[in-house]
Design a protein around this ligand. Structure first.
Ligand code: NAD
Length: 358
């Protein structure tokens, strides 16, 4: 029996609780099948936490997150909280968790299942067998830089994009090591023709590459990278970039996989403790309707088993079970498919579970 591991589930808002439920069922099931010793706790986060406690990231939740071995998050946000002051907004909880737990490395794989080639927004030949990994720096850059704010006397607002050599080096190492385990091609994306911070980024990544001679490093400006991702996405193996550029590029990559409902993510610290969450948001337009695709969250749970706990067999069996369900033609409403094989969120979760058990 493995040592007991506690997973904190933070369902959050909108479709968050709907997609966390099947993912938790699957984690419970694999824990039973493989004797993984997983146990679960749940806490409030985002808008639902604000409604209960007046803040989006209550101390109780933060404490539970610090104690847990890993975290599965649904999504936060919703239009009812859009007008709140910055520190009360649901999204603040994500930034708070990332910085408090030092989750500086965000892994966003964009893998297109061969059964979903027709759901991609690009031509099948452009995306067939697509498998790229975007590594986004998550605790620095313009989302956290100080000073930020508004001028008192004028309608002027400002943020600061800042990166230190240490911050670039540690995300760079993660990226080179990830590339070593894949096809050994790393593309570093920046805006070094305009931004001073990108000039340093490029220098540090280039210096680091001397320690990884087996990895082929290239540099690309972010505007070109956005274009190249849509023009010829299969040219990329691993992309490493800062917080803001990574946020945008990974959403572009999302549409190549058929739906944002298919994209998992992992945010980890230097001890591989992490928060695992779908890339999508709380989707208020479909919340409560049973239309949400739970596969991104289930795939995030698989990433947790792999990255945080090293339970490779359990992780890959979840991925195989998902693939089987897609091969059988089952789809949620966001994926192209026939009406006869359209499933609700819970039904899709149950199909994956059934395949896993068989
Ligand atoms: P979104 O990702 O919530 O939704 C974008 C579109 O994709 C919507 O049409 C939605 O219905 C669809 N979609 C998203 N997830 C889906 C799923 N699993 N299955 C099927 N369809 C899905 O982005 P948005 O509309 O820009 O943002 C809504 C709220 O979510 C905002 O408050 C935003 O701040 C928040 N948000 C949170 C996170 C997060 O928690 N990590 C990320 C992005 C946005």
């Amino acid at each position: 029996m493995n040592k007991k591991k506690t997973i904190l589930i933070l369902p959050g808002d909108g479709i968050g609780p709907e997609v966390c439920k099947p993912a938790k069922n699957i984690l419970e099931s694999v824990s039973h099948i493989y004797d993984l010793g997983l146990s679960f706790e749940e806490a409030l986060v985002g808008g639902s936490a604000y409604e209960e406690t007046g803040i989006p990231l209550p101390e109780e939740t933060l404490e539970a997150a610090r104690k847990a071995d890993s975290i599965l998050l649904g999504a936060v946000g919703g239009h009812q909280w859009d007008e709140l002051e910055y520190q009360y907004r649901p999204e603040r909880a994500l930034l708070g968790l990332r910085s408090e737990l030092d989750l500086f490395a965000n892994f966003r794989p964009a893998i297109l299942s061969k059964h979903l080639t027709s759901s991609s927004s690009l031509k099948p030949e452009k995306v067939e067998n697509l498998d790229l990994l975007i590594i986004r720096e998550l605790t620095g850059g313009i989302y956290f830089g100080e000073p930020r704010g508004r001028k008192e006397d004028k309608p002027v607002a400002f943020n600061t994009m800042i990166y230190s050599q240490e911050e670039i080096e540690r995300i760079g190492r993660v990226a080179f090591e990830a590339a070593q385990k894949r096809n050994k091609n790393l593309c570093s994306v920046d805006k070094a023709n305009v931004l001073e911070v990108s000039v340093l980024w490029r220098e540090v990544i280039s210096d680091l590459s001397k320690e990884y001679p087996d990895v082929k490093l290239s540099h690309m400006l972010v505007d070109n990278a956005a274009m190249q991702l849509v023009r010829e996405p299969k040219q990329f193996d691993v992309i490493v970039t800062g917080n803001l550029f990574g946020d945008i590029l990974s959403d572009i990559a999302a549409m190549m996989t058929g739906s944002i409902g298919m994209l998992p993510s992992a945010s980890v610290n230097s001890e591989n403790k992490g928060m695992f969450e779908p890339v999508h948001g709380s989707a208020p337009d479909i919340a409560g309707k049973g239309l949400a695709n739970p596969l991104a969250t289930i795939l995030s749970a698989a990433m947790m088993l792999r990255y945080s706990f090293g339970f490779e067999e359990a992780a890959s069996n979840i991925e195989v079970a998902i693939d089987k369900v897609l091969a059988e033609g089952y789809r949620t409403h966001d994926l192209e498919g026939s009406q006869d094989t359209q499933l609700s969120t819970d039904e899709m979760g149950k199909k994956v579970l059934d395949n896993l058990k068989n």
